[in-house]
Every structure is written in structure tokens, then in C-alpha cells.
Design a protein around this ligand. Structure first.
Ligand code: SF4
Ligand code: SF4
Length: 472
């Protein structure tokens, strides 16, 4: 069931004779727990699935993921995993290979969300594999690692004032509810110039917002503290504008529909930033005052419906920008979802970078922060800039924040990076061992090795990044 907001409705027949369970499950009582409501949603979707196999047929990663079985058997195995924690190898491989493209959601005529089911199948497999205590330990360890890295990498780049602007130095509730809540998620704080540009653009549009997010707000299994929910719900529009696609999928496919089942209503709706911006294109257009004369290729991920098209519309609105189609496959939610398919990720990234070089673009622009982290150091080896879409929009509007993440990553040496940031490291009192580990993790996040063999600890010498020019 792709539980969209709205009144409950009864099970209906589709033209194909199957049952649609989109919003047919009875609303739970106010006392139904999050976990039992989540289990009930999974069970309803598993019941509604006809095992037609269309979702498997359209999935772009069954080949790279080595999923070699009849599509109907693969999805039937996923239902087995959901019910027992185990299933055939091809189904386990499919669940692990999923990069959250969402093609399967479009293919299903029965209102089932296969992407959500695959996520729940991964949870069921982990539950069967590990003792609850071990699962908790791994969860806490993973959470602490993300929090440490986000904290160190962001504080190495920002002073207190900008950290406060991003909601990271105490974040008092504004007296009057803002127009929107802007939910950053946590990892965009590693590339803070992107989040700061998003805030600048909203300021220029004249909308009010409260910034929430950061390592303290990471949801586990879709569950969020009630206090966080209440803060997210506090805006005039009832809308949360989300930056991070991982958070967006987690909220819109797991958290909000499950809360709706327990409470009878959703506390808020979520809109991806790019769709918010495209929705304000008429107000944005007059602010795009500077002509840029650039050939730009967009690094595309289709996991959230409409985001690629919105980013293209926004780039086309920038005077002088010529959008170049590199004719490369668009797969997955964000580059970092390809961890289980490392060779496929390298192939996709190499092909795209080479295609951009052949096409003679001035910039390869990504929408999401994880793509920027993985791609930006290739700027050293290719004759074009690697930027975020908002850097281009910002330059046309006269807005700029230095991309210190790219500048630091291009240095390619832990000691030299730590030395570069020593003032901020001292100012924030960062522990040196943890800082060095966070820098190493930043350099290690390089799925496609640099052409000239940049090592993560070797001194290859800092090459000059070529950021978009700050406005004069
Ligand atoms: S999830 Fe939908 S598309 Fe996939 S097998 Fe079930 S009914 Fe068919
Ligand atoms: S979300 Fe994408 S990768 Fe995952 S199963 Fe669906 S189509 Fe395949």
C-alpha cells in the first residue's frame, strides 16, 4: 500500500483484476504502537502483492546484483523473507542490491510499494541473523560513527555563527510559526555550502523557515522522538521542506504512513527542496539576474519522483545555462546507495565523467550531497567543475559559499587537511584522533579511484579547486 494521505477507502478491483490496498487498511486505534502499525502495513502489502513479478522485471539492479531467477519467484521469496526472515538466495540478493531507484513503485498496478517491502525484508533478515542485543549494538555504533563524522567534518569548515544558522548550536523555537520547517537530515552538514545556499535561496524568496536536523535527529527504523515530530509539525503550512532524499524516503514511506495509522492523521507533509524551488520558479526567475554562459550536465538519480525534472527546469531557468544530456543511465536514490554494487557504481561514475568530458561541459552538477562527496575530487582529473545545482543557481542570484569540502578533499592528505583546519579544530575543541579518523573516512569515500591515483594518505599535493567564482 502506497498509503497516500487522505481518507481511508475500501479495497477495490483494478483493471487487471487484482486488489488495490492503497488506503484500505483500517486505521489503528490511538493505542496501536508504531511497531505493530508498521507490521500491519507490511502484512497488508504482502497480502496485496499478486507475485506478478513486474517490479522485478523493471528493476535496474537485478543484473548487476546477480539476481538470477524468475521474477515471480524473486518477489515470492521477498514475501517469505518478510514472514520468516529467510528466503531464496535470489530474493536475498535483490533485497541487498536495492539502490532505491523506485522504478518498481511505478511498475506495480496493485498499490504495493516494493521498495518499502525490500527495506523491511532487509530488516527481517538482520533480525534473523543477529541477536536483538547485537542488532542494537550495531545500530548504536553506526549512529555514533555517522554523528562523529558529521560533527567533525562540519566543524572543521564552519565557525559558530554558521553552525548556529544550520541549527547546530542550540535551536530555539521561533515565537511565531515559520512558513516551513527546513529539514536538513544530517549528512548534508559535511558539505555545508550546499545547505547554506539552500537557506540563502529561501531568504531571497522571502519565505520563513526553521532549520531542523543534524546527528541528534537520526531516526531508527523510521521511529522519531515525539518531541522531534512536534517540532517538525510546527509551521504555518504544515509542510516540511526536506533536503536529504534518504530522510525523505524514510519519512514518506515508513514514518508518516505508520504514524497516520496510529494517530489517524499525519502531523505534516514533506516536500523535497527541488520540488519546493520549482514550485516557486516564478518568484525565483527574476532573482536569477546574472548570465552564466555555461554548458551544464546534470548528475541524475530518479529515486524521488519529479526531482530530476525539477532540477532540470531550475537549471534551464538560469540565463545562459545550456543543459547537456549525457545520455547516461539514471539509477538509484543517491550514489552512496550502491555500496553493495561497487563495480557497477564505478562503471556508472566513470562512464558519466568520461561522457561529460567528451561533451565538453563546463560543469557536472549534482542535486544531492552524497553525490558531491563521491564525485567532487574528480575535478582534479577532468576539465570541468563538479558542483551542486544550488551553486549555479546561487551564482546567478549573486549568492556564494565556499566549497571547503571539495577544497579539503582535493588536498588528499590527512595531515595537510588537519593543518589547514587547525584554527577551527582548536576553536571547537575537537579531539585530534577522532578528527583524523573523520578526515580519513572523507578521503576513503572515493568509489572510483582518482585517475592519477590519488591516495588517501599520500601527499599528492593540493591542486587548486576551481570553484564557481564568488559574486563580485
Ligand atoms: S509488488 Fe506489485 S509489481 Fe511486484 S509482484 Fe507484487 S503486485 Fe506485482
Ligand atoms: S527501488 Fe529500484 S533498485 Fe530497489 S527494487 Fe525498486 S527498482 Fe529495484
Amino acid at each position: 500500500m502506497r498509503d497516500k494521505p487522505g481518507p481511508a477507502r475500501n479495497r477495490a478491483s483494478t483493471p487487471h483484476g487484482g486488489a488495490v490496498v492503497s488506503q484500505d487498511t483500517p486505521r489503528g486505534s490511538m493505542t496501536e504502537s508504531f511497531e505493530s502499525a508498521l507490521s500491519a502495513r507490511v502484512a497488508a502489502m504482502a497480502d496485496a502483492c499478486t507475485r506478478c513479478g513486474k517490479c522485478v522485471e523493471v528493476c535496474p539492479v537485478t543484473g548487476p546484483g546477480g539476481v538470477n531467477a524468475e521474477p515471480s519467484a524473486v518477489i515470492a521469496g521477498i514475501i517469505d523473507i518478510l514472514r520468516t526472515g529467510d528466503g531464496p538466495e535470489a530474493s536475498r540478493k535483490w533485497a541487498n542490491a536495492c539502490v532505491l531507484s523506485g522504478e518498481c513503485i511505478k511498475a506495480c498496478d496493485y498499490g504495493v510499494n516494493p521498495r518499502f517491502l525490500l527495506g523491511m525484508a532487509r530488516v527481517a533478515m538482520a533480525r534473523r541473523r543477529d541477536e536483538p542485543g547485537e542488532q542494537r549494538r550495531q545500530g548504536v555504533e553506526g549512529f555514533r560513527k555517522v554523528a562523529r563524522e558529521v560533527t567533525h567534518i562540519s566543524q572543521m569548515q564552519l565557525g559558530d555563527a554558521l553552525l548556529a544558522r544550520l541549527g547546530q548550536k542550540g535551536n530555539p523555537q521561533p515565537g511565531t510559526p515559520p512558513d516551513f520547517v527546513f529539514y536538513t537530515g544530517c549528512n548534508v552538514l559535511k558539505t555545508p555550502h550546499i545547505a547554506l545556499l539552500a537557506l540563502d535561496v529561501m531568504d531571497a524568496l522571502g519565505v520563513t523557515y526553521q532549520v531542523l536536523g543534524g546527528p541528534g535527529d537520526i531516526a531508527t527504523s523510521g521511529r522519531l522522538a515525539e518531541s522531534t515530530m512536534d517540532k517538525l509539525a510546527r509551521s504555518k503550512s504544515g509542510q516540511v521542506v526536506s533536503w536529504c532524499p534518504s530522510c525523505h524516503v524514510q519519512f514518506t514511506e515508513t514514518t508518516l504512513p505508520t504514524i497516520e495509522r496510529t494517530r489517524g492523521a499525519r502531523p505534516f507533509e514533506m516536500t523535497p527542496f527541488m520540488l519546493f524551488l520549482r514550485g516557486n520558479l516564478d518568484r525565483l526567475r527574476p532573482l536569477l539576474a546574472r548570465r552564466l554562459d555555461m554548458r551544464v550536465a546534470l548528475h541524475r538519480h530518479p529515486g524521488i519522483k519529479g526531482v530530476v525534472e525539477a532540477a532540470e527546469d531550475i537549471l534551464r531557468a538560469v540565463p545562459g545555462v545550456e543543459l547537456i544530456d549525457l545520455r547516461q543511465p539514471a539509477v538509484g536514490l543517491m550514489s552512496n546507495y550502491f555500496r553493495a554494487l561497487p563495480a557497477y557504481r564505478r562503471e556508472l561514475q566513470r562512464n558519466e565523467l568520461d561522457a561529460a568530458e567528451r561533451a565538453g561541459v563546463d560543469a557536472l552538477a549534482a542535486v544531492y550531497h552524497a553525490d558531491h562527496r563521491e564525485l567532487c575530487a574528480h575535478e582534479r582529473d577532468y576539465p570541468f567543475r563538479i558542483v551542486n545545482v544550488l551553486e549555479i543557481v546561487g551564482q546567478s542570484m549573486g549568492l556564494h559559499h565556499d566549497d571547503d569540502f571539495k577544497r579539503l578533499k582535493l588536498i588528499q592528505d590527512v595531515d595537510a587537511i588537519a593543518a589547514d583546519c587547525q584554527d577551527l579544530i582548536a576553536q571547537h575543541g575537537l579531539d585530534m584522533t577522532a578528527t583524523r579518523a573523520a578526515i580519513q573516512a572523507m578521503l576513503d569515500e572515493q568509489p572510483l579511484p582518482l585517475r592519477s591515483g590519488g591516495g588517501s594518505t599520500s601527499s599528492t599535493g593540493p591542486s587548486s579547486p576551481t570553484p564557481l567564482a564568488p559574486p563580485r
